[in-house]
Design a protein around this ligand. Structure first.
Ligand SMILES: *[C@@H]1O[C@H](CO)[C@@H](O)[C@H](O)[C@H]1NC(C)=O
Ligand SMILES: *[C@@H]1O[C@H](CO)[C@@H](O)[C@H](O)[C@H]1NC(C)=O
Length: 183
């Protein structure tokens, strides 16, 4: 125990010494180096120092009917919102930091239902999905998007082409996303 504490003091002392002598990027590289060294001997910090998670998952609060073209879908029932990037009052995700992100959405319509969805990254449409005059009662449609975002870039999904006739709530229609890249 004393040995571990002593080693920690030595590492910290060394780090602090380096802070005064090295540039910011060199310091970040050094910390990453020490972290992987600590990891390789099975010693990991229990808190702090860990990479922050950015992830959200939200569902429709109420069924939606006859949603006009170009309406942003607000998934108001938030199950998870690590990093607070998703705003349920607007339906828009704002990247808290730059990186590569993954997004997915899924919706359930009803027999005869037509739903056209576009996924938008900073006003640019990057993915479309649709179901047109749905044949079966229970079927869901889904889409997926991977995008490299700068900090503050915005992502949302909205209707396009035709008004969406019906989207079912009860956790059947949802929008989720998370940051894939570690830094
Ligand atoms: C239905 O939703 C699930 C979960 O989101 C997805 O894995 C599946 O591919 C979807 N089915 C269709 C037909 O899109
Ligand atoms: C939807 O998910 C929430 C968990 O976030 C759960 O409490 C609720 O019972 C679910 N509702 C339905 C209809 O499955």
């Amino acid at each position: 125990m004393i040995f571990v504490a002593l080693r920690l003091v030595l590492i910290l002392g060394f780090l602090m010494h380096r802070v005064t002598l090295t540039s910011h990027s060199k310091f970040v590289d050094d910390v990453k180096g020490y972290r992987s060294a600590c990891k390789s001997i099975g010693w990991e910090p229990k808190q702090g120092c860990t990479d922050s998670v950015i992830a959200f998952h939200a569902s429709l609060k109420n069924h939606l009917r006859n949603v006009p073209v170009k309406t942003i879908i607000k998934f108001e029932k938030v199950h998870l919102n690590k990093g607070n990037g998703y705003d349920p009052s607007t339906g828009v995700f704002t990247a808290p930091e730059e990186g590569v992100y993954s997004f997915a959405w899924s919706f359930l319509s009803s027999t005869g239902g037509t739903v056209y969805i576009a996924a938008v990254v900073d006003t640019q449409v990057l993915a479309n999905t649709c179901i047109n005059e749905q044949k079966s009662t229970h079927i869901n449609s889904s889409g997926h998007l991977i995008s490299e975002l700068k900090k503050m870039n915005k992502v949302w999904i909205r209707t396009w082409w035709q008004a969406a006739t019906y989207m079912h709530a009860d956790n059947f229609s949802h929008f989720s996303g998370y940051k894939i890249s570690l830094s």
